[in-house]
Design a protein around this ligand. Structure first.
Ligand code: IVH
Length: 670
């Protein structure tokens, strides 16, 4: 082994320590101190050292999170202690019964309960040896689970090395739950849909599906998190579950901060009821609360029966499902003219919220489930926020129930509704439909779009009904009416100034955001980015042919047709001309093009060991380059990772310049 300079060893150790700290700040405390870009820089620096000195790579190095190769099969591992399940209850009486039973089993003891959230995710056991993560195991049948260590390592909220071994826990097992936030789940499903893949039913299924993936690299890209809920150590130095939760936090785990300790069952019941009402305020799903006896000594005295301990109980929330009557079916008009049928329901309480409307998606959904007006139906509130009618209670169908006939006219403007071939939805064809006018402006101003502060639904409604604004271009001429606006009831100079400032500020949004904000059907933010990568200005996009659009990998006939359709309307073209005049970004930012990769177009293929493709793409763009997805004679460089396939062959045939990972980084670093 060549001897390595002490200074280098120290440098590597410092980098690892810093990255660990930033991981903890970002993934556990949600208080990052540095930008993603600076973080990536640290990571790359470490990677470079490790490539040069492979003998210095340690298993807890942050670079090892995504190093794993795909596995064919997970091997079975026997749990050090069985992973028990909890007995369930849904009723206050049974919770009181649980309390009485505990009191009768340990009559001489005074005890306290720890109440915590019951995560609706997938449980996981983590073993640490000498402070290092050694293995991650699924629950399996409770006795044996699957070794999914390679996948587990990619979860950034799981420490590869325990933070604070001062807590004296070098060898221990941590158990907890892997979850996905509802927002991340919805975003993931949107992406899946865009890619033409099947949606996951709820966040829990998507976590379960993710943990079973054979390729850790894909796992790494999924937004999942681990919350610790129990700590086990072979040494007898643990005393109380509540203290263990605090130790877990010190060791570097994400722990639910809502856990509370009570000495009587009334408070426990109140905690349960409180969380049933508040569950939607959390970013993730919970399906109840777990009540545990605090002292481990007392847990041991109580022991377990069959598969569940006597010292704990899961107090579940009532299912988010209810039976009610469907009074009527109405249709709603969305911002792009999409018509959605909505069920008017006899109000019913589901999981603490009164529900009186539910989505019926489209005509086919209603027909497949044979949902009729007057039916008794089952309504569910799942991972998606909007309740949905999931089935009809057939035996309760009345003779007078009527099948729903889809209306022929728009309820807002009376125009004809059309249903395009291959699409499930009807559309209102009239782009001047008042509902669409407001919808387009609301979408334009919304957070993911132009993000105009102070321009929400109510204000849009006001501006439109008072005829100040009829389309998005009008917004940028509103300053002409400053005085008139301030005279509107309850407005005043300050709010008007804020609104106008917000509108002015929005001129800074980049081209892809503007394109997305136009609200072209099927052009979400990702597609918009793809388009602006390809076309450097809106004029180039407008002039492109259907055929040209479809040569872009992500653009299929449906999207291409929708784009053509949008730009063929003279009304839309006029708006774009006006937006150009007020200098919105309708072309790629010139500044970008001044980097060293300026004007060059790239395709990335295969897997790169140190970065995801998105990260590579971002780097290229930061330096003025452009990334496209198909190899053609028009591209300049192909960045080639491992296992590259047909793109590499094609590029070779066309004589395109090839850069491997090392070459790419050495050029980027310059
Ligand atoms: S403690 C022996 N605490 O619920 C008790 N479990 O049926 C071990 N769960 O599979 C579990 N949140 O995945 C515990 N705060 C929490 C929990 C929790 C969710 C899950 C866990 C287990 C199931 C119990």
């Amino acid at each position: 082994m060549k001897s390595v300079d002490r200074a280098i060893i120290q440098k590597i150790e410092k980098l690892r320590k810093d990255i660990h700290r930033h991981d903890y700040l970002y993934y556990v405390l949600a208080e990052p101190e540095i930008s993603d870009f600076d973080y990536d820089k640290l990571m790359r620096e470490l990677q470079d050292y490790e490539t040069e000195y492979p003998e210095l790579v340690t298993p807890d190095s942050p670079t090892q999170r995504v190093g794993g190769e795909p596995t064919r099969e997970f091997s079975a591992v026997t749990h050090s202690l069985p992973m028990l399940s909890l007995s369930n209850t849904y009723s206050e009486d049974e919770i009181r019964e649980f309390d009485r039973r505990v009191r009768s089993l340990i009559p001489q003891e005074r005890f306290e309960y720890v109440c915590e959230l019951k995560f609706d995710g997938v449980s996981l056991a983590l073993r640490y040896k000498d402070g290092l993560l050694s293995i991650g195991v699924t629950r399996g049948d409770g006795i044996q689970g699957d070794d999914i260590t390679q996948n587990v390592k990619t979860i950034r909220s799981i420490p590869l090395r325990l933070n604070n071994v001062k807590v004296q826990m070098p060898d221990c097992e941590v158990r907890g739950e892997v979850i996905m936030n509802r927002k991340d789940f919805q975003r993931m499903n949107e992406l899946k849909e865009l890619a033409g893949e099947k949606r996951f039913a709820n966040p829990r299924n998507s976590v379960a599906g993710t943990l079973k993936l054979q390729d850790p690299k894909i796992v790494a890209s999924r937004p999942i998190k681990f919350y610790g809920y129990s700590l086990h150590s072979p040494k007898e130095n643990l005393k109380s579950h509540y203290e263990n939760l605090h130790s877990l936090k010190k060791l570097g785990f994400l722990v639910d901060n809502n856990a509370k300790r009570f000495d009587n069952i009334d408070d426990v019941i109140e905690f349960w009821k409180e969380w049933e009402a508040k569950r939607d305020t959390l970013a993730f799903d919970i399906d109840g609360v777990v009540v545990k006896i605090d002292l481990l000594k007392q847990q041991e005295m109580l022991g377990a029966i069959a598969k569940s301990p006597r010292w704990a109980i899961a107090c579940k929330f009532t299912a988010r499902k209810a039976e009610t009557k469907l009074k009527n079916i109405r249709i709603q008009v969305g911002r792009t003219g999409t018509i959605t049928p909505v069920a008017d329901l006899e109000p019913v309480s589901i999981g603490g919220t009164t529900v009186s409307r539910a989505s019926l998606y489209n005509e086919d959904y209603i027909r497949e489930k044979d949902i009729r007006i007057g039916d008794t139906v089952i309504v569910e509130r799942g991972g998606d926020v909007i309740p949905k009618v999931t089935s009809v209670v057939a035996e309760k169908r009345l003779k007078i129930s009527k099948p729903f006939i889809f209306p022929a006219k728009c309820p807002e403007c009376g125009s004809n509704l059309v249903r395009l071939e291959d699409e499930a939805n009807y559309y209102c064809e009239n782009s001047e439909c008042p509902k669409q006018i407001r919808g387009r402006i609301e979408h334009w101003a919304s957070r993911g779009a132009m993000d105009i502060d102070g321009l929400g639904e109510a204000i849009v409604n006001r501006l439109v009904t008072n005829n100040f604004v009829l389309n998005i271009a009008d917004l940028y001429e509103l300053n002409k009416y400053r005085k008139e606006l301030a005279e509107l009831e309850r407005w005043g100079d300050k709010s008007v100034k804020n609104l106008l400032d917000g509108i002015e500020e929005s001129k800074k949004r980049p081209f892809h955001r503007v394109l997305f904000s136009l609200g072209i059907r099927h052009v979400g933010i990702t597609v918009a980015q793809v388009l602006t990568d390809h076309f450097s200005s809106i004029d180039k996009l407008i002039d492109s042919s259907d055929e040209e659009l479809q040569t872009i990998h992500e653009i299929g006939p449906k999207i291409a047709e929708s784009i053509e359709r949008f730009f063929s309307e003279s009304h839309n073209r006029k708006i774009i001309e006006r937006l150009k005049k007020v200098s919105l970004n309708l072309h790629t930012d010139k500044k970008k093009i001044s980097g060293q990769l300026s004007g060059k177009s790239f395709v990335i293929t295969g897997t790169l060991s140190s970065m995801t493709r998105d990260e590579v793409k971002e780097l290229i763009e930061k330096q003025g380059g452009m990334v496209v997805s198909t190899v053609s004679k028009n591209i300049d460089i192909l960045v080639v990772g491992k296992d590259a396939g047909s793109k590499l062959d094609k590029a070779k045939k066309l004589g395109i310049e090839l850069w491997d990972e090392d070459k790419f980084f050495s050029i980027i670093k310059k």
